[in-house]
Design a protein around this ligand. Structure first.
Ligand code: ZN
Length: 323
């Protein structure tokens, strides 16, 4: 255990919002008690006062900000979605320019049209200096293993831009969960949705076609690290005509990076490091949905040797984002 908050930290599942986008998040924020929702909106829109105060207290030196889910991927009007996503990226880069030592940003993309999403990613990275993109799951029921999205993945690979696959509500509630709304969202459904989406990419051969791709998964990798052995074993038994260049488990080292966002459990962290290796596990918080204090306290107290703690808290992120 290191003394409290002495380790520098970088976090990158850290959200902000602006009023026009908050409307799209009502599908899940409406279930929050009013006083919590009020505080959440304040924290999402605040980029300076409270946010920096909490970062300082936890020695979080740098955060990569992203628009809160689901954003423009939930907008039916494609032209409007593309315009607002671009405006979001302009707004974010202007705000970052006020304090570039502490803030970076992920692009927000509408994702309706893979070609346009690739163009906007390129603009966001090359012209605005953003660090990659955060994508909120499916886009009105379309998943990113669809062959049309290869153009987008090719662009992300060429730019060496990490892509954070972030949860959103399921397009349809499966029969399994129907009638149990407590399981639809962050409690469980988002894990199933986002983990399933990542596995669709893996088994569709996206990482074989784009071996340089860097996919980031939050929430301890949506618990996929714990499935590596079983994925290999059962894929061998039931390949369903799918062929891959490597074992499924190997893509967890070559292409997948996970963050600790929203899972402050030491035994889980130790297991995830065992599965992923020490280079592919990175600290994050998921501010303001999760507590900065809890996340920092957790990572400082986790039973890690100091070299590992430094890697997870900030060194891996510096390398991944070339900071
Ligand atoms: Zn999040």
């Amino acid at each position: 255990m290191s003394p409290m908050n002495t380790t520098p930290k970088i976090a990158f599942e850290e959200h902000f919002s602006i009023p026009v986008f908050s409307e799209y998040a009502k599908s899940f924020t409406q279930h929050l008690p009013p006083e919590i929702r009020h505080d959440l909106v304040y924290r999402l829109e605040d980029m300076d006062a409270k946010r920096l105060e909490e970062m300082d207290a936890g020695r979080v030196e740098y955060v990569i900000l992203s628009q809160s889910a689901p954003g423009m991927q939930a907008e039916a009007d494609v032209a409007l979605a593309e315009r607002l996503a671009s405006e979001n990226n302009d707004f974010l880069s202007e705000r970052i320019a006020r304090n570039p030592k502490r803030f970076g940003g992920f692009a927000h993309l509408s994702m309706h049209d893979p070609k346009q999403a690739a163009r906007e990613l390129e603009r966001a990275v090359r012209q605005l200096g953003l660090k990659g993109a955060l994508i909120n799951g499916h886009t009105r029921g379309r998943y990113l293993d669809e062959p049309a999205y290869d153009e987008f993945w090719a662009c992300a690979e060429a730019l060496d831009a990490p892509i954070y696959l972030h949860p959103a509500n399921m397009a349809e509630i499966p029969l399994l969960l129907k009638g149990a709304p407590v399981l639809y969202g962050a409690t469980f459904g988002w894990t199933m949705e986002t983990g399933g989406h990542a596995l669709r990419l893996l088994f569709a051969g996206v990482f074989d076609r784009f071996p340089g791709l860097k996919l980031l998964l939050g929430h301890m990798g949506e618990f996929l690290p714990f499935m590596r052995w079983r994925l290999d074993s059962r894929f061998l038994a039931y390949p369903h005509g799918v062929t891959l260049k490597k074992k499924p488990s190997q893509y967890f080292q070559s292409n997948i990076f996970i963050t600790t966002s929203g899972v402050c459990s030491a035994p889980t962290l130790i297991g995830a490091i065992g599965e992923m290796g020490v280079d592919n596990v990175l600290f994050s918080i998921d501010y303001p949905y999760e507590s900065t204090v809890d996340a920092c306290r957790f990572i400082e107290a986790a039973p890690l040797d100091e070299a590992t703690r430094q890697k997870i808290c900030h060194e891996n992120a510096r390398q991944l984002f070339k900071l």
